[in-house]
Design a binder for this molecule. Structure first.
Ligand code: AMP
Ligand code: ZN
Length: 118
């Protein structure tokens, strides 16, 4: 989608630090990291939010894949055993700012109860 910042990242129109890529998924470093490791894992296809996943577009496979890639990146970054947070923000009350599904992988230090982004 033309005006979507994450579609532009997927299309390599905006610079970013990519940490994982395959046919369906891209993962890159969050530009405003909240912790030493803060990665965003996104489908290459523009899908607005978790609300838009359904069986027709293979929602279960996609959701599972995003989580398994987060697990792999956490292992690669050597933060898996100490732990991390995975977060999907959804729409207005969930404070989703970028309307293209993204899974936050946040870790690399002891996290507070709230991650403090409003
Ligand atoms: P959310 O509030 O869940 O929609 O998260 C959007 C995230 O995208 C925020 O953590 C931003 O710091 C991050 N972000 C926005 N623009 C970029 C960009 N150009 N490159 C990397 N991360 C970005
Ligand atoms: Zn998009």
């Amino acid at each position: 989608m033309k005006d979507c910042i994450f579609c532009r990242i997927v299309n390599k129109e905006l610079p970013t630090e990519i940490v994982y890529e395959d046919d369906e998924i891209l993962a890159f470093v969050d530009i405003n990291g909240l912790a030493p490791v803060h990665i965003l894992i996104v489908p290459k296809e523009h899908i607005e939010s978790i609300n838009d996943l359904d069986d027709k577009i293979g929602g279960k496979d996609l959701a599972g894949k995003l989580i398994m890639i987060a697990q792999k990146i956490a292992r690669d970054k050597k933060i898996a055993s100490d732990g991390y947070k995975l977060l999907f923000r959804v729409s207005k009350h969930g404070q989703q700012e970028v309307p293209h599904i993204h899974l936050h992988l946040i870790g690399g230090a002891q996290l507070e109860e709230n991650i403090g982004v409003a």
